[in-house]
Ligand binder design. Sequence first.
Ligand code: SF4
Length: 371
Amino acid sequence: GLPEVPVRPVAERRESRRIQVGSVAVGGGAPVSVQSMTTTRTSDIGATLQQIAELTASGCQIVRVACPTQDDADALATIARKSQIPVIADIHFQPKYVFAAIEAGCAAVRVNPGNIKQFDDKVKEIARAAKDHGTPIRIGVNAGSLDRRLFQKYGRATPEALVESALWEASLFEEHDFRDLKISVKHNDPVVMIEAYRQLAARCDYPLHLGVTEAGPAFQGTIKSAVAFGALLSEGIGDTIRVSLSAPPAEEVKVGIQILESLNLRARRLEIVSCPSCGRAQVDVYRLADEVTAGLEGMEVPLRVAVMGCVVNGPGEAREADLGVASGNGKGQIFVKGEVIKTVPESKIVETLIEEAMKIAEQMEQDGVAS
Ligand code: SF4
């Protein structure tokens, strides 16, 4: 299950209606969920299911698969049935794939009715099929594929243009009394994206899917997403998030989870409080922090481990943490719950910390603290 939300989230959440994406509730106060998208050919069922399994293991809660061809559409039923997490089919233009995805039991469909209307107006039939199957739809407005009419009106993909587009798309479903929607208004510029979501949040009560589109390679994309999601989530805006990186999708999930943990929107798991090191450092802090991180990877309990390079801030931080080391003079003082339990030589710091962390984790698990 989802980790329980800790006592002090960053902000009151915006009130939104709730939709149900398979087993995962989105909006209406449900925990903010993390999603990603596969990079395999969807028609390659084996490879796609394999990647979904990896994403599931990394903590992904909802997965989206692209559906550009009939072969992809044909693969959806098996993928939706065998995936452990809800599968959303991502469809552009072709209504027949939308019907196929709904029939296939996909947990949701991402489609923009504006596209559909333009080529083959089946919006009414889609609304009916989605309603019959209880399949929600995400309207995904994207700066890169903004309606030409709005481009002309606004000159470029401004926040106003994105919002107008999204609300117009939603109205095409509302006309058919279909409101089982969530919306995204993505842009590659966090400043535009933040403003677009703010405006959209004020003008509707649909749950919102946050995304910075084409955010870039891992480093830049991580920062853009963290900045943009951080701004919005700290105003209570956002119900599900997708970090887009030009990197393997499991990386997106890691970043997404870390963003939610940083904002207390999700119980923190392992947290390493390590100092940047400076001229006072008496041990190799980078190496220590890396080795401790690696040694404790996958730990599910909310453990805070301090790794400090010297005795200036060291003992203070180490005391605040569940466990920590403050180094000095080639030695490390190991703290557990604020008490120095032993002093070990530098070469023994990592193994001692890991050993003690395991003990604390075991105790936490027995006490039922684990998520
Ligand atoms: Fe420098 Fe010590 Fe602070 Fe680390 S803990 S940054 S070594 S003063």
